[in-house]
Design a protein around this ligand. Structure first.
Ligand SMILES: Cc1cc2nc3c(=O)[nH]c(=O)nc-3n(C[C@H](O)[C@H](O)[C@H](O)COP(=O)(O)OP(=O)(O)OC[C@H]3O[C@@H](n4cnc5c(N)ncnc54)[C@H](O)[C@@H]3O)c2cc1C
Ligand SMILES: NC(=O)c1ccc[n+]([C@@H]2O[C@H](COP(=O)([O-])OP(=O)(O)OC[C@H]3O[C@@H](n4cnc5c(N)ncnc54)[C@H](OP(=O)(O)O)[C@@H]3O)[C@@H](O)[C@H]2O)c1
Length: 519
């Protein structure tokens, strides 16, 4: 217990201190960098880069691949290479930001390399490899017991509705989630995200308990409290993404060499597609093992982390409520229907009017531009969420700045999310210009960046008039292609070579006029 407390992640700034969650996370990480675990000073200079106000973080871009990010951080101090391995979302799901999590790991104040949910197993493996090569104290710390979960201050909200936005025949299931909170309980701005504390599917938990046995057992949870096994698996432990420690437990108990080899391949990252997205239920059904004690398994599982959603409401226009635009994640693997934990918790399992724990996550540079500035919003799919909020906010404030929205999805008839509201914004003049790209309404795919290229001259003139550009939605495909389109437009209309156009876009970002919330 003492060891656990010593190894606890930094919680040096009390929750009552007058800081936002983001500031508190940064300060905790900063002080953790100066103090070792248990408050012992460490040779911070060995692992932390020298403080420099003009330090750049070229890998801090969620649209880059892990390989690209690691190359950009090559030769930098360990704390920066650890940072490059994170998903770069600064989503706060782990209780830190990417930089503060990396600094806490490098300084040895944080011991778990498995906290970055969006980075997944790829990030965890890279962090482990970096820590294994790192000088003390990072390497020494990585051998300690896992740290406790950082605690977040959540507030209860009431689920008001989960209306389905996708129309019958759509290949997607996108829902408008409305939550009500008590007066003053939650403060947010448009552009912020909402953390949702979700629970695992009880049917899956029942199936796991039946396989594992020991249904009466009480097991340790990441917050240090022992709970009945089913409750721990439902609300406290990550059963969708078993940790390497949990997989190693199955490997050590495996009855057959071929199972041991497969489990080894999962641990060393060489497993084939047949083992992709393995969850705890798969481990229990695919492999024959000696009996596994529920408590031994529970203490090796990762904490169930909250999920982040871009807020789609405006505190000015939707008082006392917070809205989300959630795509329910469902797929099939190895003959079993799979469900994303939080998206299907909101879509299926949370009871109307029952409490849901939430917290506001302050955005990093995705806030609304000054009222008079023109804004260009590029948000296909669920990327529309913050822009519904921006438009509602600007309308409520009677802001004079022009608003241009690029929205797209698969088909106009079934996937035009918030069609009535968007057309209403257009009819009332709040939306100055609307460009729609429905990818599957014709043989050739049409995406938002195609619409941007078609209107390049006008888009360029908005940028010359001081417009801010916002991009929200898919990081790996859409955001990269939109980025490329902006460079091409700058090169063509600004009559500059490509490399200058790239520099122009980088400078535009540094000015704070190119803002992205991509995931
Ligand atoms: C800042 C931020 C803002 C976000 N805003 C939004 C938003 O506005 N709306 C929104 O819907 N989401 C948003 N997300 C994503 C959201 O946080 C969750 O990641 C998403 O809802 C999935 O979470 P889950 O718990 O339902 O799924 P999880 O249980 O986390 O499972 C997701 C995993 O399922 C697997 N998977 C998913 N689909 C498939 C498939 N077809 N085939 C195989 N495997 C698959 C993948 O391994 C994936 O990693 C945002 C994320 C961030 C970081
Ligand atoms: N990892 C994956 O493979 C994967 C796949 C889908 C969604 N997602 C994630 O699922 C969540 C919800 O997705 P979503 O409903 O918001 O929307 P989405 O799946 O991103 O799709 C929205 C629209 O964007 C289009 N699109 C696809 N590739 C694009 C590109 N390179 N550039 C521009 N537009 C492109 C889609 O077209 P088409 O679909 O017709 O090509 C669709 O019309 C997001 O988190 C997203 O990142 C992940």
């Amino acid at each position: 217990m003492t060891e656990q407390l010593k190894a606890a992640p930094p919680h040096l700034i009390p929750d009552s201190a007058p800081f936002t969650a983001e500031q508190r996370a940064w300060l905790n990480g900063f002080f953790a960098g100066l103090l070792g675990a248990g408050g012992t000073p460490v040779a911070a200079a060995d692992v932390l880069p020298p403080a420099a106000s003009d330090e750049d973080f070229p890998w801090h871009d969620a649209a880059l691949t892990l390989d690209e990010r690691m190359k950009l951080a090559d030769g930098r101090p360990i704390a920066r290479r650890l940072m490059a391995a994170m998903a770069q979302l600064d989503c706060g799901q782990c209780g830190y930001l990417c930089q503060t999590y990396a600094e806490a790991l490098a300084a040895g104040a944080e011991t778990s390399p498995a906290r970055c949910v969006p980075g997944g197993r790829e990030t965890t493996r890279t962090l482990k490899a970096l820590l294994a090569e790192a000088p003390a104290p990072a390497a020494a710390a990585s051998a300690k017991a896992p740290a406790k979960t950082p605690q977040r201050a959540t507030v209860p909200a009431r689920l008001l509705s989960r209306e389905i936005l996708s129309k019958p025949g759509s290949q997607k299931e996108v829902r408008h989630i409305a939550l009500a909170f008590a007066d003053g309980a939650l403060a947010y701005e448009v552009g912020d995200s909402l953390g949702v504390v979700a629970e695992n599917c009880p049917d899956l938990v029942t199936a796991i308990v039946a396989r594992l046995g020991g249904g009466e057992a009480r097991v340790p949870c990441p917050d240090g409290v022992d709970r009945p096994l089913a409750e721990a698996l439902r609300a406290h432990l990550d059963i969708a993404r078993p940790s390497d420690d949990a997989i190693a437990l199955f490997r050590d108990r495996a009855l057959y060499p071929e199972d041991r080899a497969k489990l080894d391949s999962l641990l060393d990252g060489t497993a084939g597609d047949d083992l992709a997205e393995i969850d705890l239920h798969d481990l229990l059904t695919l492999f024959s093992t000696d009996s596994i004690a529920p408590a031994a398994l529970a203490e090796r599982l990762l904490p169930l982390q909250p999920r982040l959603y871009s807020i789609s409401s405006s505190p000015q226009a939707h008082r006392g409520e917070v809205h989300l635009t959630v795509s329910a994640v469902r797929w099939e693997r190895r003959g079993r229907a799979r469900k994303g934990v939080a998206s299907t918790f909101l879509a299926d399992r949370a009871l109307l009017n029952a409490p849901v724990q939430i917290y506001a996550q302050t955005s990093h540079g995705f806030h609304l531009a000054p009222d008079e500035a023109p804004i260009v919003m590029i948000g296909p799919g669920t990327g529309i969420a913050p822009f519904r909020a921006f438009l509602a906010e600007r309308e409520a404030r009677a802001a004079r700045g022009r608003n241009w929205l690029f929205f797209g999805d698969q088909r106009r008839a079934t996937d035009y999310l918030y069609e009535d509201e968007i057309e209403g914004f257009r009819a009332r003049g709040t939306l100055t210009r609307l460009d729609l790209a429905f990818s599957r309404d014709q043989l050739r795919k049409i995406y938002v960046q195609d619409r941007m290229r078609e209107s390049a001259a006008e888009l360029w003139s908005w940028l010359q008039d001081g417009a801010y550009v916002y991009v929200c939605g898919d990081a790996k495909r859409m955001a990269r292609d939109v980025h490329r389109a902006l460079i091409d437009i700058a090169a063509e209309l600004g009559r500059m070579p490509l490399h200058e156009a790239e520099q122009w876009l980088a400078a535009f970002g540094r000015e704070g006029r190119y803002r992205r919330d991509v995931y």
